[in-house]
Design a protein around this ligand. Sequence first.
Ligand code: 13P
Ligand code: 13P
Ligand code: MG
Ligand code: MG
Length: 370
Amino acid sequence: MKTTFSIIKADVGGWPGHALVHPSLQEIANKRLLEAQRDKLLIDYHVTHCGDDLELIMTHANGVDSKEVHNLAWETFCEATEKARELGLYGAGQDLLCDAFSGNIKGMGPGIAEMEFTERKAEPIVAFMMDKTEPGAFNFPIFKIFADPFNTAGLIIDPSIHDGFVFEVWDILEHKNVMLNTPEQMYDLLALIGAKSRFVIKRVYPKKSSKLPADEPVSVISSEKLYQIAGEYVGKDDPAGVVRAQSGLPALGEVLEGFSKAHLVSGWMRGSHNGPLMPVSVNNATCTRFDGPPRVIALGFQLKNGKLTEPVDLFDDPAFDRIRQEALHITDYMRQHGPFEPHRLPMEDMEYTTLPNVMKKLGKKFKKID
Ligand code: 13P
Ligand code: 13P
Ligand code: MG
Ligand code: MG
C-alpha cells in the first residue's frame, strides 16, 4: 500500500496582528479532520500552527492532488475564516484567494506539501513548517541535508546514501523545472538555488541505484502560490515541507542538523525584510519581535500503514538553544539597519512599497545631472 502524506496550510486570520493562530481555529480544524477520519477519507491527521499559519497534517490513501482531500482542507479553511471574521481576527481569510472550490486547492492561496510513497518497515517522517518567510527558505537546509557531507555524515560513510540524491528545482519566473543529480551537478544546483527567490527546491528523489523507489519523493516543499502567479509579485507564502529519514536516507539527526545555522531568509516584517530563521518549539512559534524573527517548527512522527504516532516537537530541545541565541543576536544586528538594505529587501522583492508615490511627489524636483 502507498501512503500519501499531505500538509495543507493557510493563514485565515491572525491573533493578534500576524502573531498566532487563535485556538478556536485549530478546534474547527480538529473537528473537521476527525469527521473526515471517521468517514475514512483520512487515515490520520494532526493539526498545529506556526505563527499565524494553520497547518493541517494529513495521511490518506488518495494520492497527491486528491479532489476530496483538497476540498476537505478548503472547507476547513472556509469555516475557520468564518470564525476568524466573527472574532474579528486580523486578516480573516488572508490566504483564500478564490471564492469557489474548483477541484484542486493549488493556486487558491493555501500552501501544499504532499507526497505519495511506499512505506518502509519503519518510516520516520518530519513535518517542517515556517512562518514569516518564503519557500526558498528551504533551499539552504534541504541542500545541506541531502547534499552536504559536512552536514550529513551518511553521504560519506553510509553505503546506502553514498551515491547521493536527485533534486527537482523549479524556476518560479519561467515556470520550468529541472532535475539535478548530486554530487555530480552540485555546483550547478548551488548556482540556481542560491538565488532563492527565483529557484526553489520542490522535491528530492533517491537515485536509481538506491534500494528505495527512484520515482517516489523523499522530500517535498510547498510552493504553489508562487508557481501559480509566476512573474507577478503577490507576496510571500509561508512554506511547509516534509522530509523522510533513516534507512537509505539521512538520519533524523542529520535532517535536523540542516537547521543548525539560523540562515538569512526573506519575509519578516511586512514580508519585506531579511532575517534569521529561528528553529523553535510549537509553543514558541509566536511571531512577536518585528513580527518575527522568521520561525521554523519540526514535528517528527513514525508512520505505520498511514497511522501517525503522537508528534515529537523536535526543536523543543536545549541542543538548539545556541542556534536560537545566534538568531537573536543576528536579529539585533539586522534590526539596527532600519530601512536600509540588506535588512530591507531590494525593491523588486518587497511585498509593497511607497517608492512610486515618493517619486511622483518629488517629480520635477529631480534635476538632471550632467
Ligand atoms: P540506528 O543504528 O539506531 O539506526 O542509528 C543509526 C543512526 O543512523 C544514528 O544516526
Ligand atoms: P504573514 O505572511 O505571516 O501573514 O505576515 C505578514 C506580515 O506582514 C508580517 O509583518
Ligand atoms: Mg498573517
Ligand atoms: Mg504567516
